[in-house]
Ligand binder design. Structure first.
Ligand code: HEC
Length: 165
């Protein structure tokens, strides 16, 4: 009985090893790389959309839901996601859009989150969105810092890719 157990254990061990080997990609399979013209097209599409209202609202929604990992370089560091229910994020984003005197996709719905904004976001960004004298990002800028930086980054990337094309 004892030997039988040892034998089955060895068999098991052997199987797992084989499975591991099977999951390693064979050397002749190249990792998937996007073709250059597809990557260029994707960046061009994003750049052509980056100044739109839709892009701005989606950018804000993404940060409300997922946070922002200190990419903007403020001494206050990163912003955590999840201050709001995902279902409310669009209306909060609409309200934030109006802080820079722009018209959102639905100002009336956005306005309903004004009190939510001042109690959950205003503590850092200020009720006027101006970021408490540079301590936090100014949400009332005509182009938000994160979007300006993304734009510059995409332009540089595009130029590099085009020079390779
Ligand atoms: C505890 C402070 C704090 C709170 C509360 C807070 N934020 Fe932020 N927020 C930050 C910080 C810090 C950053 C910069 C993060 C980075 O550098 O990536 C930021 C970044 C942002 C940005 C990107 C700005 C840009 O210029 O690109 C948006 C949009 C934003 N916050 C919206 C909100 C909204 C809406 C709420 C409420 C639901 C909120 N924040 C609550 C601290 C806060």
């Amino acid at each position: 009985m004892k030997y039988f157990l040892i034998f089955t254990l060895l068999l098991f061990y052997g199987c797992e090893k084989n499975e591991e080997i099977k999951t390693i990609a064979p050397l002749h399979v190249k990792p998937k790389v996007k073709p250059l013209h597809v990557e260029i097209q994707e960046i061009e599409n994003e750049l052509s959309n980056i100044d739109s209202l839709e892009y701005l609202e989606n950018y804000i929604i993404d940060i409300i839901n997922n946070g922002s990992d200190a990419k903007l370089g403020f001494p206050s560091g990163s912003m955590e996601g999840g201050y709001a229910y995902k279902s409310d994020a669009l209306n909060i984003a609409r309200y934030v859009v109006t802080l820079s005197n722009k018209q959102s996709s639905d100002d009336k719905q956005g306005k309903k989150t004004e009190i939510f904004y001042s109690s959950n976001c205003g503590g850092c960004h200020g009720n006027d969105g101006k970021g408490l004298n540079g301590t936090f990002p100014d949400l009332s800028l005509q182009t938000m810092q994160g979007i300006s930086e993304k734009k510059e980054c995409l332009k540089t990337k595009l130029a590099t890719l085009k020079s390779k094309n």
